[in-house]
Structure formats: C-alpha cells, structure tokens
Design a protein around this ligand. Sequence first.
Ligand code: CP
Ligand code: NVA
Length: 335
Amino acid sequence: MEKSNYLGRSFLTLKDYSPAEIIELVNLAETLRKKKKTGMPVKGCEGKNIALIFEKTSTRTRCSFEIAAADLGMHTVYLDPSASQMGKKESLKDTARVLGRMFDGIEYRGYGQKIVEDLAKYAGVPVWNGLTNEYHPTQMLADLLTIRDNFHYIKGVNLTYFGDARYNTGNSLMIMCSKMGLNFCVCAPKKYWPNEKLIEECQGYAKASGAKLRFTEDVAEGAKGADVIYTDIWVSMGEPAEIWAERIRDLYPYRVTMDTIKAASVDVIFMHCLPSFHNLNTGIGRAIYEKFGIEEMEVSDEVFESRYSRVFEEAENRMHTIKAVMYATLTGKSV
Ligand code: CP
Ligand code: NVA
C-alpha cells in the first residue's frame, strides 16, 4: 500500500483524512505506545517548538500535547485565554502569522471551527485541533485505538451515542464511524441529533465504508446490540449555565445506567471522552445536585466504575494518538 504523506498537514477534522490515513495514524500511535512502554526513544522531532493555545480549559488534551512533545524532544509554550493578545489586541490572522514564524506546529482549543481553520490558513505550519465547538478529532483517534484494543477489529462494531450529539464529540463520532465502517447510532431526543448537512455528508462516507447510521429517540432501541455505549456531558464548555435545566429535563432519560448496559451486547464496553459527572465529587456536580437533586448525570457511578468501562484506557490513548499526529505531520513519517 502506498504510504500517506502527512508532512506539513494540519489536523482540523477527520473529514480531511482518508480512512487509510486515519488507520495509519492509529497504527503509528500503537507503535509509539509500545516504544514508550519499553523505553525506546523516538527520533525526528528534537528541538522543534510547539505552541499550545487553550481558550477553553483542559486536562487530558493539554497534558497529552505537553507529554507527547516532551517525549519527542520538543519544547512547548502554553498560551491560556488571558495570556495572549489573540482576538483582543491582535487579529487572528496577525497572530497566526507571528506564531507561524516562531513555531513548528500549533495546537488550538477553543470555539468556532472557523478559528482553527483560519489559524491553519495563515500560520503556514501544521495546526492541530484540540477541540472546537464542532469537532474533536484527536479524541477520535484515541477512541478508535481503544475500540480496536478491545475488539481487535473496528469494521462492523456497533457504537451508540447517548446524549447531545450535535456538539464536538457527537459530530466527530459520526464522522469517524461512518468513515471507518463502524455502525453509528444516536440515541437522544430529535433536537439533539447532528445537523442534516453533516448527516448527509456522513451518509456519503458510510456508503463507501459499509457503515450504517441510525437515529432514534427510543432508549431500548439505541441500546440493543450496542458493542460500545458512549456518552458525553450534557452541557459543553462555552455553553451558558442557564441551559442546565433544559438539558437535564431532556437528557435524563438517556443517561447511561446498568439497565442500558444490560440491554446492550454481552461484550459491550462503556466509553466517555471525559470529564464526567458521575458522582458528587465535582463542584458543578454538587451545584447541580443542590439545584436539581440529581446525584449522577450522563452516566451512573456504577457504570463508570464497572468492568465495562474503558474510560481510563481511552484517556491514556489520547497521549499516544496526539503524539502520532504531531510526529506524522512534523516529520512526514508514519512508522
Ligand atoms: N477529553 C478531553 O478532551 O479532555 P480535556 O477537556 O480534559 O482535554
Ligand atoms: N462536549 C465536551 C467535550 C469535552 C472533552 C465539551 O465541549 O465540553
């Protein structure tokens, strides 16, 4: 098979990568994971400089970029929302051109997809999307690796997403599944289904891969036959706090509990991009409990802590897959 050329490319959405390229990145991540665990160094990126722009908070994504960069011998500069001039005293276009002269690659986490697209357009170096309102592509590589680690195949795996599927994680899962041949089901009230235009695009990918896309409001139907049950928080970063009441009312019936797990396939696994509100050990979790009286939200603590849960393997795989994206786009190599 002809090798893909990743050199100098940005990673903004999985739409820009072919299924063969996506799987090659997952393979690379697996190789890099093996090397890390056996203490083998990876050459090719030493001395490069990476900018990490975070306009929204992060634990996994930031740490993954920082650790992956350090493992590859690169330096990072972290820019938080208050620390740079971007968008306030300096236009995005100007900031992109400045950073592009200093850095070999730029990670961006923030709001609209257009921002990360423009950053890539003007910076002239690879830009990696660390989450926008619309997409979360690096999460998808980690999810794909986690699914493959578990089942040893990906085509034909049935993945059901419970919750708000119109946002970054839901949208990206639909793209990932439809491109890679996993059957994708959204289980949520209709107003939380991805937009028609994206569904149509994904139907096109599904035609080529053999994936099936389903949308249902019925919990039993969504759970039936699911090999992977996936959910995400009900109110995403950047959304107003006032929306909680409506989300709880709409999505509470779609929370993942042991009943959902029991209704799924016998070998089902539970996945979540994290962070998660599965108990009262968070500030927001407690505030919601005081206001609405619910102790768990999108997933029950029982499921989260159960043998079905793969959430920490998934979180670890963020680092290996992010390392793969940086390595491939900065060196052009994929093995
Ligand atoms: N899943 C994920 O992106 O986690 P962080 O928000 O902690 O980066
Ligand atoms: N949908 C969530 C994902 C967090 C990783 C958010 O945007 O906050």
